[in-house]
Design a protein around this ligand. Structure first.
Ligand SMILES: C[S@@+](CC[C@H](N)C(=O)[O-])C[C@H]1O[C@@H](n2cnc3c(N)ncnc32)[C@H](O)[C@@H]1O
Length: 257
């Protein structure tokens, strides 16, 4: 469901503006200056209204948390939550997670949380899933070796997709469960998680640890074609594709047609 536009968004954002990082593009390599004593730097992608953000930051005050959220109307609620609790170890970026390598230096992050990301059930939209290989490649650019992704979802199909996708991109799985709270609540719940748990839905969770990895050359033509589309025609609509591939520099497309 689309979020209703919040009233007074700008003034509310300004009120907790000291938590908003307005120029994240100028920050690679500098995040720890915000909290030099931090023992770790962790990112949360799609923090929504911030129940998990605030709860986790309160539980681990010696960790620096950066929450990334592309919908300001949700993010402002997370910011207000953290402000109300007087948390000083959380900062926010209002952006799409696909920008991560422009915000963080290689190896700068220790952990990434992805909680209840949009499942994008149709195959056509698989690339939008935050656990799709295209995103995993980006996470590899900002995570330190041995860094982790902590992933939770209620969506069984998304979970199946993710536990297959993660090892293909150099992440070792552990703590894999399809019923996290089977024996009573575990860890800090997110807003979505609390709602689903109350409805009796099982919650899936896994931890993925980044290990050394080299991208293998794709061997079947469909994968090569998709890779070409990712690199040379990302964001180009079906209608524009013909014009795009005939433009200068895209002549290699003819290998696939
Ligand atoms: C289903 S909600 C879950 C919110 C929260 N993590 C929770 O569990 O309660 C997904 C959130 O991720 C955000 N989101 C989705 N794709 C994103 C992206 N590519 N970059 C940043 N935020 C994203 C959405 O705006 C939304 O707030």
């Amino acid at each position: 469901m689309r979020m209703r536009k919040k009233k007074n968004l700008i003034s509310r954002m300004e009120r907790c503006g000291d938590r908003l990082v307005r120029e994240p593009y100028s920050m690679p390599g500098k995040w720890r200056e915000l909290m030099p004593q931090a023992r770790e730097l962790r990112l949360e992608l799609g923090c929504g209204k911030g129940r998990f953000t605030a709860g986790t930051a309160a539980a681990e005050p010696d960790v620096l948390f950066i929450a990334v959220e592309r919908v300001p109307d949700a993010m402002v609620m997370a910011m207000e939550r953290c402000a109300a609790q007087g948390l000083t170890n959380v900062f926010f970026i209002d952006a799409n997670a696909d920008q991560l390598p422009l915000f963080f230096a290689p190896g700068e992050a220790d952990r990434i949380y992805i909680n209840f990301c949009d499942p994008w059930p149709s195959n056509r939209h698989a690339k939008r899933r935050l656990t799709h290989g295209n995103f995993l490649r980006l996470y590899r650019q900002v995570l330190k070796m041995g860094g982790q992704i902590h992933f939770k979802t209620d969506n069984q199909d998304l979970f199946t997709f993710s536990v297959e996708e993660l090892p293909l991109f150099g992440f070792e799985l552990s703590e894999v469960t399809r019923d996290l709270h089977a024996n009573g609540p575990v860890g800090v719940m997110t807003d979505y998680e609390a709602k689903f748990h109350e409805q009796g839905l099982p919650i899936c969770r896994c931890v993925a640890t980044m290990v050394p990895w080299e991208e293998p050359f794709p061997t079947d033509i469909r994968r090569v074609k998709n890779r070409w589309l990712d690199v040379f025609a990302d964001g180009v609509s079906e209608a524009e594709l013909g014009k795009h591939v005939l433009s200068e520099g895209n002549y290699l497309w003819h290998l696939f047609s």
